[in-house]
Design a binder for this molecule. Structure first.
Ligand code: SF4
Ligand code: FE
Length: 482
C-alpha cells in the first residue's frame, strides 16, 4: 500500500491536462483551489497506515491474500459492506468533505459482478480482463475515478437518438487492438486525484444503443483526455491567503468534466462493448453501492456539522436553552437515521454469482432517498442555532487589522472565556458546510449524487413488492386468492 506522501508524489508524475477557470494548470497537486481535495484523498492512504484504523481501512484481498486498502477491495461478506460504511463515516469525520475515493470502490464492485454474469450468459471474456485490472489496482493502490454520468443532452431521447452523438460516451472505431471512444463524463468526483478512470454506461439501453453500452479503464492522463474543473461556491477564498474565511482550510472535494477526445483503449481494458442488455445491471449496481455509501460519508460530515453547531451554541451562551438542546437532538436523530439505513442495506447484503457481495438494493435506495432530505434539515437547524453572524461577519483581514481588529474582537465576542477568533472559526466552518465549497458535497450532492431523488423512487417502486403487501392485507381479512 502507498503512504500518503507516496500517493501525493504518484499524482505529480501524471500529466493531467486540466483547465481551472479558463486557465490551463501546470501542476494540479499544488493548485490552491485543487489541493484541499487532494488532501482528502490522501487521508484515505494515511488512515490505512494507522494501526488503530487497520480493521476498517484495510482488508485481505480475495485474490492474493495480501493486505489492501479497503477502497481497492471487493466486498466478500456483509461484514465487509458494514465496515465500508464505518470507514466512510470515519473519513467524513476526519475531512468534513467528500474524500472522493469511494466512486472507484463502488465501480469495481459493480463491474466485477456484472462482467461475471455477462460472460456466463453471453460467452464473453470480460471478467478475466477486469480481474487483471483489479489485481494491478490492488498492487499499486490506485485511486480510481468511477465515471458514470454522461452529459445526456435531451433527456427525452435515447443515446442513439441524440442530435449530437457525443452526449453519451460511445465507440467511434473498432480496431484489432482496441477501440476509439469519444464523449464526456460530467460531475466527476475526484477525477484529478485519480490514477485511473473506470468508465461505465449511465442508463439502461436498448438494442439501438450498442455503441454506447461501454465499460473500460484508462490512465487518467491518457492521450486525448482533458478536464474542465467545476466551480464551487466561495472557491476563490482559497486564493486569498486567508485561513479563517475558507472555513476548512485543509480539506475539500472536487468535481470535473472529463472529455474523451478520440481516445484509444486497448481491448485488455475494455469490460463491456455493445452488450446493451447488461448496461442496466451495471448502472443499478453501481448506483446501489453509491447510494449505500452516502449512509456513511454524509453521516461523518454531519457529525462535524452537529459538533460545530453545538460549539456555536456554547460560544454564544445559548447551550442551555431547551429549544437549542432539542434542535441538537433532532440533528443527531436525523443523522443516525441515515447511518441506520447505511448499516441496514449492508447487513442485508447478499452474495452475487462472482462471490462479491451486493447491498440490499431496496434499502440502499431508501438510504439515499433520506439523504436527499435530511442533510437539508440538519443544515437548516445548524443555521438556526448559528445565527445570522455566520453570513454577515467580517473577514480575517478585518480581525487582524491594526486598527479595526480590536473592534471586531470586541463586538463579535460571545461568552467571555472563548476567544472571538474561535467563535468566528466555528461559524465559518458551518458556513463552509452549508453554503460554501463543502456544501457541494453536503447539500446538492446529497440531492443529485448517486442519482437524483426520482431515480431512487423508480427503484423503490420496482423493489417494493406491492403485490405481496396486497396479499398480506387480503389474508388478514379473508379475501380469497384468485
Ligand atoms: Fe465518497 Fe461520499 Fe464523496 Fe461519494 S460523496 S465519493 S460516497 S465521500
Ligand atoms: Fe458522490
Amino acid at each position: 500500500m502507498m503512504t500518503g506522501e507516496q500517493y501525493e508524489e504518484s499524482l505529480r508524475k501524471l500529466k493531467f491536462k486540466v483547465y481551472v477557470q479558463g486557465e490551463l494548470v501546470e501542476n494540479p497537486v499544488d493548485h490552491p483551489i485543487i489541493r484541499p481535495s487532494m488532501n482528502s484523498v490522501k487521508m484515505t492512504y494515511e488512515l490505512a497506515e494507522d494501526s488503530q484504523y487497520e480493521d476498517l481501512m484495510t482488508a485481505k484481498s480475495h485474490m492474493t491474500g495480501k493486505k489492501v486498502n479497503r477502497f481497492c477491495h471487493l466486498h466478500q461478506s456483509s461484514e465487509d459492506l458494514v465496515k465500508k460504511i464505518k470507514m466512510q463515516r470515519l473519513l467524513g469525520q476526519k475531512t468534513a468533505a467528500c474524500f472522493q475515493r469511494c466512486v472507484g470502490m463502488d465501480a469495481i464492485n459493480a463491474v466485477d459482478s456484472t462482467t461475471f454474469e455477462m460472460d456466463k450468459k453471453l460467452g464473453t471474456n470480460y471478467h478475466e480482463r477486469f480481474s487483471k485490472f483489479l489485481l494491478k489496482m490492488q498492487e499499486l493502490d490506485w485511486t480510481v475515478d468511477g465515471a458514470m454520468t454522461d452529459p445526456k443532452g435531451d433527456r427525452s431521447l435515447a443515446p442513439s437518438k441524440q442530435i449530437d452523438p457525443d452526449m453519451f460516451v460511445h465507440v467511434v472505431e473498432k480496431r484489432p487492438e482496441g477501440i476509439v471512444v469519444r464523449g464526456a463524463k460530467a460531475h466527476q468526483t475526484g477525477a484529478l486525484n485519480s490514477h485511473m478512470i473506470l468508465v461505465m454506461p449511465t442508463i439502461a439501453m436498448g438494442p439501438d444503443d450498442s455503441d454506447y453500452a461501454l465499460s473500460f479503464a484508462l490512465p487518467a492522463d491518457a492521450e486525448g483526455v482533458f478536464y474542465i474543473y467545476g466551480r464551487q461556491s466561495c472557491d476563490t477564498r482559497k486564493l486569498e491567503n486567508n485561513d479563517l474565511d475558507v472555513g476548512n482550510k485543509q480539506f475539500g472535494g472536487h468535481e470535473a468534466l472529463i472529455v474523451f477526445d478520440n481516445v484509444f483503449i486497448p481491448w485488455e481494458n475494455v469490460f463491456m462493448c455493445g452488450e446493451t442488455e447488461f448496461a442496466g445491471m451495471l448502472v443499478e449496481r453501481f448506483a446501489g453501492y453509491h447510494r449505500q455509501s452516502y449512509g456513511g460519508c454524509k453521516v461523518g460530515v454531519g457529525d462535524v456539522l452537529i459538533g460545530a453547531t453545538a460549539l456555536a451554541a456554547d460560544y454564544s451562551g445559548v447551550a442551555k436553552a431547551s429549544h437549542v438542546k432539542d434542535k441538537l437532538i433532532e440533528m443527531i436523530h436525523l443523522n443516525e437515521t441515515l447511518y441506520s439505513c447505511g448499516i441496514a442495506c449492508s447487513a442485508e447484503g447478499h452474495k452475487t454469482a462472482s462471490g462479491t457481495y451486493l447491498i440490499d438494493l431496496l434499502l440502499a435506495n431508501v438510504c439515499k432517498q433520506n439523504v436527499t432530505r435530511f442533510p437539508y434539515e440538519i443544515a437548516r437547524l445548524a443555521e438556526d442555532i448559528a445565527g445570522g453572524l455566520m453570513v454577515t461577519m467580517p473577514s480575517e483581514h478585518d480581525l487582524k487589522h491594526s486598527e479595526i481588529g480590536k473592534v471586531v474582537e470586541k463586538y463579535f465576542k460571545g461568552v467571555c472565556d472563548v476567544p472571538t477568533i474561535d467563535r468566528l472559526r466555528i461559524l465559518r466552518l458551518i458556513e463552509n458546510l452549508t453554503l460554501g465549497t463543502a456544501a457541494v458535497g453536503y447539500r446538492t450532492e446529497s440531492m443529485h449524487g448517486a442519482g437524483s431523488p426520482q431515480a431512487q423512487r423508480v427503484m423503490i417502486a420496482r423493489q417494493g413488492n406491492l403485490e405481496n403487501k396486497k396479499q398480506l392485507a387480503k389474508a388478514i381479512v379473508g379475501i380469497e386468492k384468485k
